[in-house]
Design a protein around this ligand. Sequence first.
Ligand code: FES
Length: 229
Amino acid sequence: MTPHITNSSEEARKGDVVSNSKDKGWFYSDIVKEHFFHPQNFMEDEAAYEDSAMGMVGSPACGDAMRVWIVVDPATEKITDMKWKTFGCGSAIASTSILSVMATENGGLTLSQARALRPQDIMERLGGLPARKVHCSVLGDKALRSAINDWYRRAGRHEDVQVEAGRIIDKILKITDHDIEEAVLDGATTLEAVQQKIKVGTGDTTCIPEVEQLIRFYREKYFGADSKK
Ligand code: FES
């Protein structure tokens, strides 16, 4: 028997997959679908690949992992090749596929150019992503930055390694800015929604103004300045 979908559950379902892009003709843009069905630079044979660096991250939001390998020309510090592998969803596959194209096209980005790539740059090239899938595009981006750090470490250039350390915002519950970032990436974009997820500011109320500021910052970073979310 076909399950009956009520209007309200249908609406809720649509809410999850509506595209952020201005052209809302389909849930996923053609570019997303193209990169999902035909991923570029997917790692086929790890053992045979001679990388210059490797980075790996996991997403606390969904439990998925991403691995990125890069080959860097030491003379120019350009990324001449990039491969990746993930347990993430279709959006993570499409995002990292296009990221690998962006990092290596036209002779490749330098390590500092690649480090400056923002999640919006990836989403722009993809023609938008559903709001609930924005965190998927961050996985490849973070793994690439972790690979760049690995390259600097292997080169003995520890002064160029950039580690994103968490800063404690809620002193009672020991909640960091990274925890707030993850909550926003997971779709909680108001104080109430973030508090429902991680309880920040429920014991130490003095941190609430800073929590609100961080929510605004991450909302703009991942969903764009004109986000109404
Ligand atoms: S990578 Fe986890 S839901 Fe997309």
